[in-house]
Design a protein around this ligand. Structure first.
Ligand SMILES: [Zn+2]
Length: 460
């Protein structure tokens, strides 16, 4: 299930930490500022694919034991960035990359920032820039410089304005420094790709693509041209080195190529306008990805019987694909056919080699919708087990609340609702429900303690 969540709570994402505007060019956007919520996407199919892309590169970068997390951001802009030990990848970047190698190039570049410790050094530079600003009394420039360097849109625009005025010494120093870091990360990316036995061609192609207008992009990104290297210049800077790799001509794994196209079809269907998925595959309208996009669009348009026929055809063509079975579960679930949906999700779980906790929660969610009181205990077990492995699955809490509500356990239902709000960044609502739950749950139980924790935890 492709699920958009309004914001990511507890990311600890600060403007200072969001150091990277990955592949900045005419169509790129900035990292979100600390003030705005970060819209994220949870989807087992796409998470698994990107995790598989990243695994050999993390190993090559010496980061495989660093607990690096990959988070999908619901944004149509071509971007990726790092914060702390997280790599954020926009759905727009996945949509715009035509091959697995292009997205792996983007991931390798981000790992170059992580392995190089760029976030930390950029923070020091920003502090120095602020001091310089204070000394030279350039009013407001500290903020502008910090914004430009960290990718905060409004601040960067202000920074660009000051740059145009020719007064921004501190800002100019920071921008030059940031350009240098981008080049360093590009070179590191090539090293990791070669160590992983992968071609650097995808990274070069990503830069070239960025010079053309991206499929869904609405931003021109002109403000970044002063602070970031032009994509074509970056492509030229690394292409010779990339061509010297013994893997330059090595093609992408054909199985990954199809999965990449399926992920793009899914993103186009769920985040675009009706017809976007079809347009994306207009050159290949008989491909499995084109049919997948069409099945999802039909489902989203509310034609469940037609969508079921289409997904059954997909399952017949690829009986081992867990995500087609998952889509069937979602169509049945939203048609209110909970018991059949649970069956489809069980099939998906059996086929899924990654043992996704999102999928396991979906079996429980479907059982709740089935309305059969006899299956409520199993539904609760499945959802709670999935939440122990992945406590940020906000959607699962909604169904957990329903299940406890039907059992008449109002305290736990309210606690689950509090968790749902907590994990979507609605902290005031979370506290209201946690306070109600705390009145009903004994303080000595884990649930009672958790309710009191939510009430008393300060805003992250
Ligand atoms: Zn970068």
């Amino acid at each position: 299930m492709f699920r958009r969540i309004s914001s990511l709570a507890r990311t600890g994402l600060s403007a200072m930490a969001a150091a990277c505007v990955a592949l900045t060019g005419p169509v790129a956007e900035a990292a979100p500022s600390s003030k705005g919520n970060l819209p994220i996407v949870r989807d087992a199919e796409i998470e698994q694919l990107v995790t598989e892309y990243a695994a050999p590169l993390l190993k090559a970068a010496g980061l495989s034991r660093s607990g690096i997390e990959i988070i999908l951001v619901n944004s149509s802009d071509f971007n990726a960035f790092v914060s702390g030990s997280r790599i954020f990848v926009n759905t727009g970047a996945i949509l715009a990359t035509e091959t697995p190698g292009q997205l792996q190039g983007v991931l390798a570049h981000e790992m170059g920032h992580l392995a190089g410790g760029h976030q930390l050094r950029l923070r020091e530079r920003i502090e120095n820039a602020k001091v310089l600003t204070a000394v030279t009394s350039l009013l407001g420039l500290g903020v502008a410089a910090a914004g430009a360097a960290t990718g905060s849109r409004e601040a960067a625009q202000a920074g660009t304005g000051i740059m145009a005025g020719g007064t921004g010494l501190a800002a100019r120093d920071l921008m030059a420094y940031k350009r240098g870091e981008e080049m360093t990360a590009d070179r590191a990316a090539l090293t990791y790709l070669e160590r992983a036995g992968l071609s650097g061609r995808g990274l070069v192609d990503s830069f070239r693509n960025l010079d053309r207008q991206s499929f869904f992009s609405r931003s021109s990104g002109r403000n970044y041209l002063s602070s970031h290297p032009m994509p074509n210049d970056r492509a030229a800077a690394i292409e010779d080195a990339a061509r010297r790799s013994p893997y330059w001509s090595k093609p992408d794994d054909p199985r990954l190529v199809e999965r990449h196209q399926l992920a793009r079809a899914k993103i186009a269907a769920y985040t675009g306008s009706p017809g976007d998925a079809k347009r994306l595959f207009s050159r290949d309208p008989r491909s499995i990805a084109a049919f997948y996009g069409d099945a999802i669009e039909t489902h989203l348009a509310g034609s469940s019987s037609s969508a079921l026929k289409k997904v059954d055809a997909l399952i017949a063509a690829r009986p081992q694909n867990p995500w087609f079975a998952e889509l069937k579960g979602e169509i049945l679930l939203e048609a209110g056919r909970g018991a059949e949906a649970a069956k489809a999700y069980r099939t998906a779980t059996k086929l899924d080699r990654s043992n996704s906790s999102l999928l396991r929660a979906e079996i429980g969610q479907a059982l709740v919708v089935s309305g059969d009181p006899a299956v409520l205990p199993e539904a609760i077990d499945l959802i709670e087990e999935a939440l122990r492995r992945d406590p940020s699955n906000a959607n699962a809490y909604r169904f957990l609340a329903m299940a406890y509500g039907r059992k008449g356990d109002i305290g736990r239902a309210e606690l689950a609702t509090a968790e749902q709000y907590w994990n979507t960044g609605r902290l005031t609502d979370a506290r209201i429900f946690a306070a109600r739950a705390a009145q009903k749950l004994a303080p000595s139980t884990p649930a009672g303690r958790r309710a009191r924790d939510i009430v008393s935890t300060p805003r992250p």
